[in-house]
Design a protein around this ligand. Structure first.
Ligand SMILES: [Ca+2]
Ligand SMILES: [Ca+2]
Ligand SMILES: [Ca+2]
Length: 329
């Protein structure tokens, strides 16, 4: 029997005495209670250690690093500054707890100037390449816009040409076709000049021969004329190939003849173009950078010499309409 003692009891003649284990102290009622060695300065912890009281003893622990707090069991745990509302985040900032610290976060489109400061708008328009054309800064965002004739790409940043010909169902007069240009469109004259007849199959203009000796053997024509429409962005430099010219074998559809020589027949307003042969085909190339917004109409003659009939040649004309955009897209 312990009697009134909480821990141990020693029988003495005519009475008893309560005792306590080390670290506990006897109260007048016979109960043992823990001695708080830390509060009573009865510990021998080093000056840079922290005293943690335990039941019956005490521990010396290293103090926690900044942002951590010591638990009753002597462990360091993170202080959740956000939950304890001891953060210094501004009301426009959101507190995000981190191990050992916290961060003040701003909504998307805003920049954090650190704890305590209001979030400031990011001016995305000051950042090169945000928008391909025009940029409008907004509080917490931005809006890109495009010149007329273009629409904003679903990426919300770049501009796409509107193809008025296919989207708006543009109808052009007879012998004209809708020419979709970058940023605009027009109805381009694709009529067959005098002496030519349109071939309904290929839509090429075929040159009626004046005498049988001119004709491609077995046909009524001596050559062809085709129209090409070329929409270029601004910024095409010198020495760039812009279009390939192929001469169809008129008596063998689907084949291209190889023995053709090309010559720029007519150029409007000193058009900066040249033509050369490449793998038996003609290539139209730039001789100078193309100015933004420029338009050209070029005529190129192709001469195909017959391998069978000496001295006989077939002429293929190409009428190339070039439209350069005001913008590099
Ligand atoms: Ca924290
Ligand atoms: Ca902004
Ligand atoms: Ca267009």
């Amino acid at each position: 029997m312990l009697g009134a003692c909480s821990h141990s009891c020693i029988n003495v003649p005519g009475s008893y005495r309560c005792t306590c284990p080390p670290g506990l102290r006897l109260l007048p009622n016979g109960k043992c209670t823990d001695i708080d060695e830390c509060a009573a300065k009865m510990h021998n912890c080093h000056y840079d250690e922290q005293c943690v009281n335990t039941v019956g003893s005490f521990k010396c622990v290293r103090p926690c690093q900044r942002g951590f707090k010591l638990t009753g069991t002597g462990e360091c745990v993170d202080i959740d500054e956000c939950a304890k509302m001891i953060d210094r985040c501004h009301f426009t900032q959101e507190c995000r707890n981190l191990q050992g610290s916290y961060r003040c976060i701003c909504p998307p489109g805003f920049r954090s100037d650190g704890p305590g400061f209001p979030c400031t708008d990011i001016n995305e328009c000051d950042i090169a390449g945000t928008c391909q054309h025009n940029c409008t800064n907004l509080d917490g965002g931005f809006i890109c816009s495009c010149p007329s004739g273009y629409r904003l790409n679903p990426n919300k940043r770049t501009c796409d040409d509107i193809d008025e010909c296919s989207e708006n169902g543009v109808t052009c007069a007879a012998d004209h076709t809708c020419f979709n240009k970058r940023g605009s469109y027009s109805c381009a004259d694709v009529s067959c000049p005098a002496g030519y007849v349109r071939d309904p199959g290929t839509s090429l203009c075929l040159k009626r021969c004046r005498q049988r000796s001119e004709c491609i053997p077995g046909t009524w024509y001596s050559g062809s004329l085709s129209h090409k429409l070329l929409a270029l962005p601004a910024g095409v430099g010198a020495g760039q190939d812009v279009v390939e010219l192929r001469v169809s074998d008129l008596t063998n559809p689907g084949r291209h003849v190889q023995r053709t020589f090309f010559r720029l027949a007519q150029r409007s307003g000193g058009a900066p173009f040249g033509v050369r042969r490449k793998n038996g085909r003609g290539v139209l190339y730039t001789t100078r950078p193309l100015p933004a917004g420029a338009e050209y109409r070029l005529e190129i003659d192709g001469f195909t010499y017959s391998q069978e009939v000496r001295g006989w040649q077939e002429t293929s004309k190409f009428v190339v309409s070039v439209a350069v955009s005001m913008y590099p897209y």
